[in-house]
Design a protein around this ligand. Structure first.
Ligand SMILES: [Zn+2]
Length: 138
């Protein structure tokens, strides 16, 4: 995948150089562009939030997973290689983050607040990511 896959999901994207951008971080209430994105010549995408969000939180906040940061590899015979499972610690971190999103929504609902459509959409992403995490170890 190219940097566009991630950049398309970000706000206030500003190109700062060849293969370099700044944007609002989707993982926290970012008032300025705290997220630096860089595309290496190898096709690998680097992202760094200066406020301290993890890369898993950044890509998770826009509904992508870590594979969006790596170029798609093709085997010599033209087939796609078998997907390697993510390290258990990374999956656990992602599950923790998605669980917090669900917990916050549950607390809002318990307090009688109405869930906004954008939050409902994010909850569906959380549900999908939690199911995917469970399948990673089957
Ligand atoms: Zn951030």
């Amino acid at each position: 995948m190219s940097a566009d896959t991630l950049l398309d999901h970000l706000e206030n994207v500003k190109r700062t150089g060849d293969g370099r951008w700044l944007a609002r971080c989707p993982a926290h209430a970012d008032r300025r562009a705290s997220l630096a994105v860089r595309e290496l010549s190898s096709g690998v995408i680097l992202a760094h939030c200066f406020a301290g969000c993890s890369i898993a939180e950044v890509v998770g906040a826009v509904g992508l997973d870590m594979s969006a940061l790596f170029p798609e590899k093709i085997n010599a015979d033209g087939t796609k290689p078998e997907r390697r499972p993510f390290p258990a610690a990374d999956v656990l971190r992602a599950v923790s983050f998605e669980t917090m999103i669900v917990a916050i929504a549950a607390a809002d609902m318990a307090a009688g607040k109405t869930i906004k459509p954008v939050d409902l959409k994010r909850l569906r992403i959380a549900a999908r990511r939690l199911l995917t995490a469970a399948e990673a170890f089957q």
